[in-house]
Every structure is written in structure tokens, then in C-alpha cells.
Design a binder for this molecule. Structure first.
Ligand code: SAM
Length: 236
């Protein structure tokens, strides 16, 4: 692993471990407060299913998966939750117990780039703020193609991906290297999504520019990102 990737991964491990160990799922002022709206909107698409197989890449402590497991329990949902961080998966498993969905959730400790998605095996694959942490652009695009193949007929892909991320030190305006392994131009990603999912029905595609302060050791830092949300349904 090159030094840039290991530096980013060390920083990410530190910041995620801090949030995951200090904050409680669904009882926090942070992003762990609730599932994202785009995931909440997916529930009606599956309520008529007799069984639902879901893959959550970069699942964290289960913010989106625990919610779906509760909502789709009657539909025999089985969710594979992949995360690189052991502590995230440990907390996810204990959250699943707390919310009475242990039987619906499997925690898998693995980098996304090493998790092989079997063809034609999931009704929903989601990756929320996760694919940009794949180690290389080549592996990133390989994974998008694997996701396309991994989804069953009428299945759904739900992606939220940060692009064109820039960061600077608020005190002296010096540029800082963002902690994103893959940092694509927004247009490049949109074009590739259109081409990989070309025969799919697009349910949601938008780009939202966001700026926020992020915690960094000893400095105040401001981050700017174009967040791409992409939801589509496989037609055949
Ligand atoms: C911003 S968090 C989002 C977590 C979750 N998707 C959510 O919306 O709550 C990103 C997650 O991806 C995980 N992650 C980062 N790089 C990864 C990789 N290469 N493979 C698997 N998981 C990774 C982190 O450990 C972290 O839990």
C-alpha cells in the first residue's frame, strides 16, 4: 500500500473510531442520528418482496442497515454489511442485537476492494459515503461494474459518493490533502455511472455542493465536496 493511502487510512481509522465509540446510533447529534433520507425512500420498493438480499458496502455501525433490517424484517431481509474497521463491525453487531435484528444482519470485516460481489445475488446494493475510500480509481470502477452485475432483475443500486473534494486550514488558508482515497471530477463520475448503468431506470441522480468544518488534529479545517447521489433500478 502506498504511503498516501496508508496515511489516509490511519486518519480515517482514528476519526471513525472516535465517532463510533463515543456516539450512540440513533441517539446522537452527529451523522449517526438517523438513516439518510434516500435510504428511507427505498423501503416501499421492497415491501411486497418475500425475501430481500441487501449488501451495504462501508456499512459503519449500521446507520442505514439497522433501519432497513427493522423495516423489512417481515420481508425476510438479509443484509451483508462490509466494513474495513473491526470496531465498526463489532458495534454494528451489538447494535443489531439491541434493535432485535441480529438474524437479519451479517457483519463482514473487509476492505470493499477485497469483497467479491457474486453475480446476480442482491436486490439492493448500497454504498453511502464509502466507495470513495476504495484504494485506487481502477478498483473503484471495477467495483461499480461488479455492483452492476451483482444486482438481480428489478434490483436497486443506491450510491452516495463525494467528488471534487477540497480542504483547507481555516487559520492560514493552506490547502490540506482530503482523506479520500479516490477523488474524482464530478463529471467523470456522472459519465461513468451513465455508461455502466445505461439500461437502468434512473430513480434519483443529483449533485449537491456541501461545505462543512471537519475535526482535524490541532487545526480547524474546512471541506468542500460535490456529493453525488445515484439511485437506479435494473430492468432485466
Ligand atoms: C463516512 S462512513 C459511512 C458509514 C455508513 N455508510 C453510513 O452511512 O453511516 C464510511 C465508512 O466506510 C468505512 N470504510 C472506509 N474505507 C473502507 C474500505 N476501503 N472498505 C470498507 N470500508 C471502508 C469506514 O470504516 C466507515 O465506517
Amino acid at each position: 500500500m502506498d504511503s498516501r493511502i496508508s496515511r489516509i487510512r490511519q486518519n480515517e481509522e482514528k476519526s471513525h473510531t472516535e465517532v463510533y465509540t463515543k456516539e450512540k446510533l440513533y441517539d446522537s447529534d452527529t451523522w449517526l442520528r438517523k438513516p439518510i433520507k434516500t435510504v428511507e425512500e427505498l423501503v416501499p420498493l421492497f415491501v411486497h418482496y418475500e425475501e430481500v438480499r441487501i449488501l451495504d458496502l462501508g456499512a459503519g455501525v449500521g446507520r442505514n442497515s439497522i433501519f432497513l433490517a427493522q423495516e423489512l424484517k417481515e420481508n425476510n431481509c438479509q443484509i451483508d454489511c462490509v466494513d474495513i474497521l473491526e470496531i465498526a463491525v463489532e458495534i454494528l453487531v451489538s447494535n443489531a442485537e439491541q434493535y432485535d435484528v441480529s438474524g437479519n444482519i451479517s457483519g463482514i470485516i473487509k476492505p470493499i476492494e477485497e469483497y467479491k460481489i457474486q453475480a446476480n445475488s442482491y436486490d439492493l446494493i448500497m454504498a453511502i459515503s464509502a466507495l470513495e475510500h476504495i484504494d485506487t480509481e481502477e478498483h473503484f470502477f471495477d467495483k461499480l461494474r461488479e455492483i452492476e452485475l451483482g444486482i438481480r432483475k428489478y434490483g436497486i443500486v443506491c450510491l452516495v459518493i463525494n467528488t471534487e473534494v477540497t480542504e483547507f486550514n481555516i487559520n492560514n488558508v493552506a490547502e490540506i490533502e482530503p482523506n479520500f482515497e479516490v477523488n474524482l471530477a464530478t463529471e467523470v463520475l456522472l459519465k461513468r455511472l451513465d455508461s455502466i448503468f445505461k439500461d437502468w431506470k434512473i430513480l434519483k441522480k443529483n449533485v449537491v455542493q456541501q461545505n462543512y468544518e471537519i475535526p482535524r488534529e490541532n487545526i480547524r479545517s474546512s471541506l468542500s465536496t460535490n456529493v453525488v447521489t445515484f439511485v437506479a433500478r435494473k430492468n432485466n
